[in-house]
Design a protein around this ligand. Structure first.
Ligand code: GDP
Ligand code: MG
Length: 602
């Protein structure tokens, strides 16, 4: 493949959308229409490679693909489609992918209208000064209401309705007009090709054969094999072995010129040496200014991950190491819990990130895991003036040494039909939220902005939002800052022994109510034993809630005698299943559910 000499034929763009609004399907059609992937090779959601991505309909690993397109003006264009991860946990990566583009297609479902992720992604795109092309999708559906969605978009973007495209990504209707709009409305890259190299890293991953593959956008100058490059943030130097583009298979080229998007391979062994958002430059003739907006990724949500069987400890460690090769944004450290034995304390960017990693561990590595309820990171200032990061309640210094505790706050965007507004306001207030904005998108739809402690969102915010709005309200967030709060450590005791994996940090004013709820919940989850089980919630040595489970009186299996054999077998199978998910703590069996039950206290 030839590197591109005329940068006026390049268009770099992303597709942004709320989940299920048709981003992947539209990408499929663009790949097909440009002949990048033939109809025969096409599978739905072509760019989603992982099973998990297709099943859950989310993009975990972004893909980038170069399309060759001959426009109606007769010129041959190179369209670089830069995919973005589809979830708020990855908003920094999304913002770096968008920074690599000049424009974005904003896809909105004609039956749903604007949703939370639409707004969050749009904010990021506007921060990066991208040209937005609004696309209303799914116009083939009977219940589609493109007119209403048009009005929402007009209000939100202040664009003329003539600029809004209406397509069906599924049937292909009008998709060719989207290709023309990309060429006509999105500007060509503007960097200077004679300047020293300046390229932005917007993604990277580990390949068993090639080592680390780095996706870049060249802003100025050019990069070619044999060049010695320097990374700004890490200050490391490498030599470029080879580079190229994806179309969709990797194809080597002689260089990546100004405006181009592609991959480089430079003998980088460890994914941790590469940071998304870092700038690559020529080591012998470096540019003076790195590309702005670099941040180090920091996990915000933590939990313990334990094998259900002790013999799976080593396989779990190996699996974590393997996954970490490909995702440097999660962390893990060995941890030992009285209740759960040996396991790992893991850090994630957010809740979905945690779920994905856990699911991959179970599926790809065939592990049986128990995880503790997630908690957020806290900044604790001691009376001596030190600031310590607390990643689990057990790390909290003794209360008499603490000056104050600061917790992370987020800014939540919640679009909702007006009829659920009252309930949602109540929920946000209960979650210690502070309203920052309330804006009508139409007489039926409103967008709420709330500042809420991340801790409150980690619990059951999304579930409750969905259920009280029957799925109509959606929610997305960005991280704001750390703020002082009065938090206390709540412990749970079973027959007088503290279950460390069930301790949690809670706001002082809610401690009593959470303690009571937790005791009630645990009471329902723990099976009856041959002895009485006493459940207590305590702050320090002060018990704030108590309940007990009476001992078993009757032999339950007695019921089965004389019964039919299949039923008995079923019961045995069920018991085996149940046993698998039990943790033995002293003499008490605790089902896995118990460790997550605190999430459901409300
Ligand atoms: P993504 O989450 O934004 O990537 O959405 P997908 O492309 O995976 O689409 C979500 C669902 O909507 C899938 O079941 C698609 O088949 C369906 N879909 C996408 N575009 C259209 C369309 O234009 N019309 C109809 N009827 N369904 C569509
Ligand atoms: Mg998708």
């Amino acid at each position: 493949m030839e590197p591109i000499k005329d940068q006026t034929i390049i268009r770099n763009f992303s597709i942004i959308a709320h989940i299920d609004h048709g981003k992947s399907t539209l990408a499929d059609r663009l790949l097909e229409l440009t002949g990048t992937v033939s109809a025969r090779e096409m599978t739905p959601q072509y760019l989603d490679k992982m099973d998990l991505e297709r099943e859950r309909g989310i993009t975990i690993k972004a893909q980038t693909v170069s399309l060759a397109y001959q426009a109606l003006d007769g010129k041959n264009y190179r369209l670089n489609l830069i995919d973005t991860p589809g979830h708020m946990d990855f908003s920094y990566e999304v913002s770096r992918s968008l920074a690599a583009c000049e424009g974005a297609l904003l896809v909105v479902d004609a039956t749903q209208g604007i949703e939370a992720q639409t707004l969050a992604n749009l904010d990021l795109a506007l921060e990066n000064k991208l040209k937005i092309i609004p696309v209303i999708n799914k116009i083939d559906l009977l219940q589609a209401n493109p007119q209403r969605v048009k009005e929402e978009i007009e209000l939100l973007l202040g664009v003329d309705s003539a600029e809004i495209m209406e397509v069906s990504a599924k049937s292909g209707t009008n998709v060719h007009t989207v290709l023309e709009a990309i060429v006509k409305r999105i500007p060509a890259p503007s960097g200077k090709k004679d300047n020293p190299l300046s390229a932005l890293i917007f993604d990277s991953w580990y390949d068993t054969y090639q080592g680390v593959i780095v996706l870049i956008r060249v802003f100025e100058g050019k990069i070619f094999p044999g060049m010695r490059i320097k990374l700004f943030a890490s200050n490391n130097e490498y030599e470029v072995n080879h580079l190229g583009i994806f179309s969709p298979a990797a194809k080597d080229t002689e260089a990546l010129n100004t405006g181009e998007v592609g991959f480089i391979i430079a003998g980088i062994k460890n994914l941790r040496d590469i940071q998304v958002g870092d700038t690559i430059t020529d080591a012998s003739q470096p540019t003076t200014k790195p590309f702005p907006g670099f941040q180090e990724l920091k996990p915000m949500v933590f939990c313990g991950v334990y094998p259900s069987y002790p013999e799976q400890y080593n396989p779990l460690r190996e699996a974590l190491e393997k996954l970490r090769l490909n995702d440097s944004s999660f962390t893990f450290e060995p941890e030992n819990s009285v209740a759960l034995g040996f396991g790992f304390h893991c850090g994630f960017l957010g809740l979905l990130h945690k779920e994905i990693i856990q699911e991959r561990l179970e599926r790809e590595f065939n592990l049986d895991l128990v995880s503790t309820a997630p908690n957020v990171v806290y900044n604790v200032t001691t009376l001596k003036g030190d600031v310590v990061k607390i990643e689990s309640p057990d790390q909290l210094p003794p209360p008499q040494e603490i000056a104050h505790i600061a917790e992370p706050y987020i800014l939540a965007s919640i679009p909702t039909p007006v009829r659920y507004l009252g309930e949602i306001l109540k929920l946000c207030e209960e979650k210690r939220g502070m309203q920052r904005d309330l804006k009508y998108l139409s007489p039926e739809k409103v967008v709420l902005k709330y500042e809420i402690p991340l801790n409150e969102v980690v619990w059951d915010f999304n579930d409750r939002l969905k259920s009280l709005s029957r799925g109509y309200a959606s929610f997305d967030y960005e991280f704001l800052d750390f703020r002082n709060s009065s938090m206390v450590k709540l412990d749970l005791l079973l027959n007088g022994s503290k279950i460390d994996a069930l301790s949690l940090l809670v706001p002082k004013e809610k401690a009593y109510y959470i303690g009571k709820g937790l005791v009630e919940k645990i009471r329902k989850i723990i099976p009856r034993h041959l002895f009485e089980v006493i459940i207590q919630a305590a702050i320090g040595s002060k018990v704030i809630a108590r309940d007990s489970i009476p001992p078993l009186r009757k032999n339950v299996t007695a019921k089965c005698y004389g019964g039919d054999i299949t039923r008995k077998r079923k019961l045995l199978e069920k018991q085996k299943e149940g046993k698998k998910r039990m943790k033995q703590v002293g003499k008490i069996s605790i089902p896995q559910e118990a460790f997550l039950s605190i999430l459901k206290v409300s």
